[in-house]
Write a protein that binds this ligand. Structure first.
Ligand code: NZQ
Ligand code: ZN
Length: 389
């Protein structure tokens, strides 16, 4: 087991009705609030009115930034920073999914960024930055942005989508009832994202970090149990609550305690797909993951032990033949994604092979994936992309 140091400063308010704490949470930081949200889902579900009612009652001054895009753009970050400076904002309140929360993290840090060009902040090496306090109300179970310090920002002009560290939310209100309205497509994609956050750490060379492996398997089994329920009954509280709980844990770093880092190969490859084609993150991951698994199993069969464990402990598949078990686990995963309605080929998304080499070179910049569970070269990545067509 490797050494680790870990702290998550975010206070989670989980469960139905936790919004009643919103006024008191914001009051710790000040009265001038930047309210950020996406394309309008929060208005459709009545959450916007509820939030505005609480803010008015509490005497808060509200400035709004709406229209934050899925795969949030640098332009939204720039606009948010401008609004914060102009209105002397004390605290940002992000209401939405990972895109809104991510954009808000970059805004919170961007306010204090001294260089003129905010894309340079996104594209430079740094740890957590000085930032305005950020509070969020989560409406989609997927990214774990409500419980981590990272954010992913897109620049469509340069075809870049870059993850970086910014700031942790001070508080996250996670009320599963707000996710009742999430479409089947986004519910399935979000669950694929949750599961991928686990795979990225689970498939690591470290064999003896039992706690992490059991947490990882528990998250996967919870997601596998409750995704079909949430798809069949969108307002099933237990299903939505379990998906929301695993969303926060999966990307928190906890399932990787004591494990060797991997570079998160599927995320590195997926961010290129989103950067070039603006696709839904979880869909890109669902398409890539089984192909990546088959590729690394073939490239280095000595890693089969991990896939056998996955097949046995997560899917409950039995058998004596290790390689057959390993492959059966991967097949089950692919069928699971397919049955949840996710388009499982890049061709279905209208993506061809024209940019694969450029995307592979960027995903693997500086040999980034040379320390993955099974190291990947640019040529390997192109092959994985091709297997997804
Ligand atoms: O924009 P609105 O109108 O709000 O609609 C959104 C959006 O169209 C909709 N939605 C959200 N909550 C809803 C709802 N529709 C109905 N009812 C609700 N309650 O869902 C659509 C997708 O929203 P988005 O926020 O884009 O989804 P998600 O939470 O999956 O976030 C994806 C972004 O997060 C990044 C991804 O790369 C992508 O840019 N990630 C962030 C991470 C992090 N911060 O740690 C890690 C992840 O690996 C990921 O990379
Ligand atoms: Zn992800």
């Amino acid at each position: 087991m490797k050494n680790y140091v870990h702290a998550i400063p975010t206070k989670l308010y989980f469960g139905k009705g936790q919004i009643s704490r919103l006024g008191e949470i914001l009051d710790q930081f000040g009265k001038r609030v930047l309210l950020t949200y996406g394309g309008g889902s929060i208005k459709k579900i009545g959450l916007y009115d509820e939030v505005i009612g609480i803010l008015n009652k509490g005497g808060f001054t509200v400035t709004e930034l709406s229209g934050i895009e899925p795969n949030p753009r640098i332009e939204s970050v720039e606009e948010g920073v401008r609004l914060c400076k102009e209105n002397n904002i004390d605290v940002i309140l992000a209401v939405g999914g990972g895109s809104t929360i991510d954009c808000s993290k970059a805004i919170a840090a961007g306010v204090f960024y001294e260089g003129g060009d905010l894309w340079q902040m996104v594209d430079s090496n740094h740890g957590a930055l000085k930032a305005l306090p950020l509070v969020d109300i989560l409406t989609l179970s997927a990214t774990g942005s409500e419980y981590d310090g990272g954010a992913v920002i897109t620049n469509l002009k340069t075809n870049e989508k870059l993850g970086n560290m910014y700031t942790y939310p001070a508080a996250s209100i996670c009320d599963p009832t707000y996710t009742f309205t999430v479409s089947k497509y986004q519910t399935a994609a979000g669950t694929a994202d949750i599961m991928s956050h686990i795979f990225e750490g689970y498939f690591s060379a470290t064999e003896d970090s039992d706690l992490s492996d059991h947490i990882a398997e528990g998250v996967l089994k919870t997601a596998i149990k409750y995704l079909p329920v949430a798809l069949a009954e969108p307002d099933n509280y237990t299903a939505r609550a379990n998906l929301m709980a695993v969303s926060s844990v999966a990307c928190s770093g906890i399932p990787e305690y004591g494990k060797q880092g991997t570079g998160w190969p599927c995320h590195a490859m997926e961010h290129e797909l989103s950067a070039f084609y603006d696709i839904t993150h979880g869909v890109g991951l669902a398409i890539l993951t089984p192909r990546w698994m088959r590729f690394i199993l073939k490239k280095d069969p000595s890693c089969a032990w991990r896939f056998v464990r996955f097949a046995q402990n997560v899917w409950g598949i039995e058998g004596e033949d290790g390689l057959a078990l390993a492959n059966a686990g991967i097949d089950r995963l692919e069928s699971f994604f397919k049955e949840s309605g996710i388009p499982m080929t890049l061709t279905e998304l209208g993506i061809g092979e024209e940019h694969f080499e450029e995307m592979a070179a960027h995903a693997n910049f500086g040999g980034y994936l040379k320390n993955a569970f099974v190291p990947l070269t640019n040529e390997d990545i192109v092959e994985i992309y091709k297997a997804c067509l």
